[in-house]
Design a binder for this molecule. Structure first.
Ligand code: HEM
Length: 203
């Protein structure tokens, strides 16, 4: 946060917001809300499909756009580029592959293809992991782009704690109690103005 606050902040805000909006919108509704709930609410599969494809495609494009903004900032803002490690590059690659496959699967299967009702395959499989009774059979025979998307996401999740993405699992509570960061100039003179009382240089 400290570094982000100083370097390239607008790009982080813009790119980060787009990215998070895209991923959250596409997944919370699709993976965690069972089809029976939307059926009970009177939403037909046809209606769900049309809304999901429209929102999903828009959200995927937003996510990809957000990622492009973040990568552009990392490459063009000098101090950020200098602080970029091989680990960061691998993380961005993994994110790009996962997001690209998610968008490709949505477009190929559900926009231009005949449609795949992932709420009868991928979504129950995903929830079965949290019930501690994983059911891999649900993932057989589904469009390969969805299989690759889920696989790349699992690899990304495995790498998650070892990358900058770990920020998702943290809360900066230490900021409330930590001491101020003191910046000291090496210059003999500090500008042309006389320092305010109490702010004279420590020698
Ligand atoms: C095991 C975990 C995951 C599963 C099971 C999963 C499943 C899905 C499914 C079913 C869709 C199609 C949604 C639709 O057409 O309405 C989708 C789309 C997408 N996924 Fe994932 N996903 C996972 C993780 C991720 C992660 C970690 C990312 C990003 C880092 C991601 C990014 C995307 C994007 C950008 C789309 C296209 C836009 C959208 O529909 O939201 N997914 N994913």
């Amino acid at each position: 946060m400290g570094r982000v606050a100083l370097v390239g902040r607008p790009a982080v805000t813009e790119g980060g917001q787009q990215g998070h909006f895209g991923i959250l919108l596409g997944h919370i509704g699709g993976l965690f809300v069972p089809e029976s709930w939307t059926d009970a609410a009177g939403i037909s599969e046809q209606t769900y499909h049309v809304v999901a494809v429209a929102l999903g495609t828009a959200a995927g494009i937003c996510t990809l756009g957000g990622l492009a903004i973040l990568i552009h900032r990392r490459r063009t803002v000098g101090p950020v580029f200098s602080a970029t490690t091989v680990n960061d590059k691998a993380m961005y690659l993994s994110l790009t592959v996962t997001i690209g496959l998610g968008l490709a699967a949505t477009v190929a299967a559900n926009l231009v293809g005949g449609g795949h009702n992932y709420r009868e395959t991928i979504s129950p499989w995903f929830r079965s992991i949290f019930h501690l009774q994983p059911d891999p059979d649900l993932m057989t025979g589904i469009p390969v782009l969805f299989q690759l998307h889920a696989l790349s996401a699992l690899l990304l999740f495995a790498a998650w704690p070892f990358t900058r993405l770990v920020h998702m699992l943290t809360a900066p509570l230490g900021y409330l109690t930590r001491p101020y960061i003191v910046h000291r100039s090496r210059d003999a003179r500090l500008g042309t103005r006389a320092p305010h009382r109490g702010w004279e240089r420590i020698r």
